[in-house]
Ligand binder design. Structure first.
Ligand code: F6R
Length: 264
């Protein structure tokens, strides 16, 4: 894992936006894996600004979102489809027909999961997968105990996740307790994975992901097995790392190596 520790959430968003901008300028037909939640909002804002400034285009891009609530259709204000339209897709030059979110209103959710996997494979696989992390170490809606090689499937949400996300739902509004989510195996298949985390409420999960054992009890620890996982965090999210100075040192050395390679 490449561990990048930055000062604050603004720097984390800008660093993430740099990775996505470079990817789109390298391959205009990139396949992007996207996430919802509070963490990527600033990154999406940065991408919108860069797209409007002509720094890159989404015209050839195909996107696949990690997850969706089962039981909400895309017009529901709390659906992840609605989130993606309002936070990103409606403001960039992407072709909406090339944006995929698991169908929360699928009549047969099990076949919808298989079809989602097939669609990703058909498009040639995901180039960069964006991730946030839950306080319990979940990625996507892969809650603790999720199989480390799991594929897209229906998952039951933990009480912790339901409580964390209750802030988005009205007091008397139906809040789903099931989801369709890419599996951990699906996420690990992405060529590159970029996980963003900010704030001290993520510090325990970040510590477990980076320094804990590889275990289904912390689904994000599966990223220890990925060949190109970049973990971009602010100092608050990094605050419980035991070996923080070593990670800063490795990254400084990495920067020097990149600068040297660029000078060749
Ligand atoms: C969202 C997702 C979740 C979130 C995680 C963190 O598509 O898959 O795993 O990334 O719950 O959410 P925030 O960013 O709201 O703290």
């Amino acid at each position: 894992m490449q561990i990048v520790i930055l000062n604050d959430a603004t720097e984390v968003a800008a660093y993430g936006a740099d990775i996505f901008t470079a990817q789109l300028n390298k391959n205009a037909n990139s396949i992007l894996g996207l996430a919802t939640g509070s963490t990527p909002v600033a990154l999406y804002q940065a991408l919108i600004e860069r797209n409007k400034a002509g720094e890159m285009s989404f015209k050839g891009v195909t996107s696949f979102n990690l997850d969706e609530y089962l039981g909400l259709d895309g017009s529901h204000l709390q659906s992840y489809r609605h989130f993606m339209n309002s936070q990103l897709f409606d403001h960039i030059d992407i072709d909406n027909a090339n944006t995929f979110v698991p169908p929360g209103d699928a009549k047969n959710p099990i076949s919808a999961c298989h079809e989602y996997e097939e669609k990703i494979a058909q498009k040639g696989g995901i180039d960069i997968q964006l991730l946030g992390i839950g306080r319990n170490g979940h990625i996507g809606f892969n809650e603790p105990s999720s199989g480390l090689t799991s594929r897209t499937r229906v998952k039951t949400l933990t009480k912790a996740t339901i409580d964390d996300n209750a802030r988005f739902f009205g007091a008397d509004e139906y809040q789903p307790h099931l989801s369709i989510t890419m599996g951990i195996g699906t996420i690990l298949d992405a060529k590159k994975v970029v996980l963003l985390a900010t704030g001290d409420n993520k510090a325990d999960a970040i510590q477990a992901m980076i320094e804990g054992p590889l275990t289904a009890a912390c689904p994000a620890s599966a990223l220890q097995m990925h060949r190109d996982a970049v973990i971009v965090i602010d100092t608050a999210a990094a605050s419980k790392l035991k070996d923080i100075e070593f990670y800063r040192h490795i990254e400084a050395e990495n920067q020097k190596l990149q600068a040297y390679l660029a000078s060749l």
